[in-house]
Structures are given as structure tokens and as C-alpha cells.
Ligand binder design. Structure first.
Ligand SMILES: Nc1ncnc2c1ncn2[C@@H]1O[C@H](COP(=O)(O)OP(=O)(O)OP(=O)(O)O)[C@@H](O)[C@H]1O
Ligand SMILES: [Mg+2]
Length: 341
């Protein structure tokens, strides 16, 4: 539904994106991640026909964004980074105007605008001047105008920025509810948001795609280890040595302890090797009290930090358009603080 091939954009001497390639399948919701200045908004502006690329190809909803931009525009909803709204219009007439521009038939329009205002929770502001709305409400009106023509494809540049926590939850639910019938690409800096809303991610750094694929696949590739968090009452030195001697254990990180002798430990083993039974047996054998034993999942945040930090320090990997990235993960260097998180 979104097919991007070797897209490059130069602003004078600045190359904002270089050879960017990715695909988003119909009905999928994909998170577009990257640090500030990585090229997310640039890519989204090109996909929404807002500006041309310097090179490469992009097809959205089956049409070429350069040669068939009118066809593309009809089928997409775009929420830009800075929502350009007519500040001297009132909310409901503005949305009605956008609906008319986007070809929503006159007979449907009124009911449709009312429904979209309800979904984006702006009904109570429908008679206000847009220029007098708070930032969060403007963002909601921006989202309302993006979905007003029930587009096949939604391109949302930081859709939840500036919203209050309750509204963030509602907007996420709204976006999630679009899955299946709509294809969505959304950029955000809130990584848990991606895990909550998206099935796949595309990570861009310094203008190049550095990873893409389903979230679980990425997490597995970047963290080929499984981790267990254990809280044990026992002499720390002996506990550490005992844990490290369990077959398969590759790393034991001491997360510190409390005054009364309760220590917390993070134990790593290769993925697929569950060492929880051995930890339990060890504690029972040594008569150490086992307070807690649980698997610790890897978060997308950790994957993101690892990829982006790796790019900062190491030689950069070539982009791999066809799937998740084959970057060799470094040995785990988790600190006790990271364990806490
Ligand atoms: N109109 C412009 N003229 C010149 N350079 C630009 C222009 N717009 C963006 N850039 C540059 O292109 C690069 C990518 O910017 P872009 O806005 O796409 O990043 P982004 O990933 O959206 O960042 P952010 O997370 O801060 O929104 C940056 O180096 C930026 O300075
Ligand atoms: Mg941006």
C-alpha cells in the first residue's frame, strides 16, 4: 500500500534522506522512528505529495506520488508536523470545508463531520475559532481533517504530540481501530506508543533506514539472549557465583541489594534457554530464600537505543530493505540501572 524505493531528498547541500526503501502492507500500522533530524517528516512530506523528492520512487495507494499526485491525495489523510489550520475558521465549518474539498458528498457531509468530531473528541469545540483553540485541541482538529475522507492511507507525523494523557489513550485507540481497513504510517518519539499501536516499525537514522520489520522480530534479532530477574536472600558473592555456574548462563548482573541481604540479579542465557528452574533448584539447595523470579522482556526502547547508539559509534550498516536488519548485536552491556528499568 506504501512502496518506497531509493528515495532521496536533498535540501541544497543537506541530504535529508538517502536511498530510503520500505514497504507497508495494506491494513498495517507501522511506526516510523528516528532521532531528531533523522528524516521522518521529510519522508512523510514526500509520501503525502507535499513536496517532491530529489530521486527514487514512491507509490501510495497504488499511485505514483510524483506522476499521479491527485490520485494519491484523494486516497490519503495527512497530519503534518505543524498542523496548518485556518485559524479564522470555526471547527465544524472548517471540517465541512475540508470534507467538501476531499469529495465527501453533500448528503453525507453533515453527519460525517459530526461523527468524525465525535471520534476525535472535538464536538464540544465545534463552534470555536480554530485560532483560539489550545494546542491539544488543534492537534485533534488536525487528526479529524486527516481522517475526514475515510482515506485508504493515513500519514501521521507525531499524532499524539501535545495531547493530555487521557486524550493520548483515546487517540491511540482511534488509530488502532483503523487497522485492517486503513494503512497507517505514524512517526512518534514515544516508543511504548509504537508497541501499543503498531505491528511493525521502520527505524531511520541520519537519513537512512537502519532497521525494519515486525517488532518481535527486531527485538529477537537485536537481543538474542533471554533474561531472568531474580531476587534472592543470600550472601551476594556466593549467589553470583552460583548463578554464573548454571550451564548456559552467559552473564550475571548484580542489581544491588537491600540492607537486610536481599539481592537482585539479572541472569542472561541464550534465547530459548530457560534457566528459571535451575535458579529455583540452586536457591532451594543452598537454602537461600527466593523472593522473585521472572522473565524480563526486551523493550523496543532498548532496541532503538542499541541501533541508534550503534550507528553513532560503529561503522554504519547498509540498509536492508527486505526485512529486519542483520546487525550483529554486541555482547550485553547492561548496567544495574538498566536492569532497574
Ligand atoms: N526545508 C528544509 N531546508 C533545509 N533543510 C531541511 C529542511 N527541512 C528539513 N531539513 C533537514 O533535513 C533533515 C531531516 O529533517 P526532518 O524534519 O525530516 O527530520 P525528522 O526526523 O522529522 O526530525 P524530528 O524528530 O525533529 O521531527 C534535518 O537535517 C533537517 O535539518
Ligand atoms: Mg519531524
Amino acid at each position: 500500500m506504501i512502496d518506497v524505493e531509493n528515495l532521496t531528498k536533498r535540501y541544497g547541500p543537506v541530504t535529508a534522506i538517502r536511498d530510503v526503501s520500505f514497504n507497508v502492507a495494506p491494513g498495517e500500522i507501522v511506526g516510523f522512528l528516528g532521532p531528531n533530524g533523522a528524516g521522518k517528516s521529510t519522508t512523510m512530506r514526500i509520501l503525502s505529495c507535499f513536496m517532491p523528492a530529489t530521486g527514487g520512487n514512491a507509490r501510495v495507494a497504488g499511485y505514483d506520488v510524483f506522476r499521479e499526485s491527485m490520485q494519491v491525495r484523494r486516497r490519503i489523510g495527512y497530519l503534518p508536523e505543524n498542523v496548518p489550520l485556518y485559524t479564522d475558521m470555526r471547527v465544524a465549518p472548517y471540517l465541512d470545508f475540508v470534507a467538501e474539498l476531499k469529495g465527501v458528498s453533500r448528503s453525507h457531509r453533515k453527519a460525517h463531520v459530526a461523527e468524525v468530531m465525535e471520534r476525535c473528541q472535538v464536538s464540544d469545540m465545534q463552534n470555536r475559532l480554530i485560532g483560539k483553540l489550545s494546542k491539544g485541541y488543534r492537534q485533534r482538529v488536525g487528526l479529524a481533517q486527516a481522517i475526514i475522507n475515510d482515506p485508504h492511507v493515513l500519514i501521521l507525523d507525531e499524532p499524539t504530540i501535545g495531547l493530555d494523557p487521557r486524550q493520548i489513550t483515546q487517540i491511540r485507540e482511534l488509530i488502532k481501530s483503523l487497522a485492517g481497513e486503513h494503512t497507517v504510517i505514524l512517526s512518534t518519539h514515544i516508543l511504548p506508543e509504537v508497541s501499543m499501536v503498531c505491528s511493525g516499525v521502520i527505524i531511520i537514522n541520519k537519513g537512512s533506514i537502519v532497521a525494519q520489520g515486525p517488532i518481535d522480530t527486531l527485538v529477537e534479532q537485536f537481543f538474542p539472549a533471554s533474561r531472568v530477574h531474580a531476587e534472592i536472600f543470600g550472601p551476594p558473592e556466593a549467589v553470583r557465583t552460583g548463578l554464573a555456574s548454571i550451564p548456559g548462563v552467559t552473564l550475571v548482573v548484580d542489581g544491588g541489594g537491600t540492607q537486610d541481604g536481599l539481592g537482585s540479579y539479572l541472569v542472561e542465557a541464550p534465547r530459548g534457554r530457560d534457566v528459571r528452574t535451575e535458579i529455583f533448584m540452586l536457591a532451594a539447595q543452598q537454602r537461600w530464600e527466593l523472593r522473585e523470579l521472572r522473565r524480563v522482556g526486551m523493550t523496543l526502547e532498548e532496541v532503538f537505543m542499541r541501533i541508534v547508539a550503534g550507528e553513532e559509534t560503529g561503522p554504519s550498516e547498509e540498509g536492508t530493505p527486505d526485512g529486519a536488519v542483520p546487525v550483529e548485536p554486541e555482547p550485553s552491556t547492561l548496567t544495574a540501572e538498566e536492569v532497574e528499568r
